[in-house]
Design a protein around this ligand. Structure first.
Ligand SMILES: [Zn+2]
Ligand SMILES: [Zn+2]
Length: 155
């Protein structure tokens, strides 16, 4: 599957990250990651299956789910539980704490990687004797572009 030059660049990088860890970004994993990276907004698993079918022919859902599991383990995609959808993340070398800002108007998602936020949460939890394993924070609201748009111009 061919993607935009920007996405292809990210996919090459993702392939190197996997290789460095002794894992393999197979064709299917690459296509799934490419579709997620190419999408403007978070992509659901069903959507992915539909798009893969259009180019690769029928893809068995379990293989696609396994590819998604792999990409999450490698920290190359994040799952937004609230939307039941995935966003790509090739900027980082390893699994990391992530916070997401989800715009209610346009659906765009921005990832923050704020260590102080992650620390504050871990600290507050620790005071209750709770050890945080993995924390994904999802905040809903309005993005800067939508806030700046004239009233009534939003879909
Ligand atoms: Zn990330
Ligand atoms: Zn917006």
């Amino acid at each position: 599957m061919a993607f935009s030059p920007r996405t292809e660049g990210l996919l090459d990088r993702a392939g190197e990250i996997c290789t460095a860890r002794g894992a393999r970004l197979t064709d299917l994993r690459r296509d799934v990651l490419g579709l997620i990276l190419e999408s403007e907004s978070p992509t659901g698993a069903y959507d992915l299956l539909e798009r893969l079918r259009a180019v690769r022919g029928p893809a068995a859902p379990p293989t696609v789910y396994r590819a998604l599991d792999f990409l999450q383990e490698q920290g190359l995609v994040h799952k937004l539980e609230r939307l039941s959808a995935f966003v790509g993340c090739v900027a980082h070398e390893q699994e990391h704490a992530a916070q997401f800002l989800i715009c209610r108007s346009c659906g765009r998602v921005t990832e923050l990687e704020d260590h102080e936020l992650a620390h504050a949460l871990a600290g507050a939890a620790e005071r209750l004797g709770f050890t945080v394993g993995k924390a994904t924070i999802e905040a809903e609201g309005q993005c800067a572009a939508c806030a700046a748009a004239p009233a009534g111009a939003q879909a």
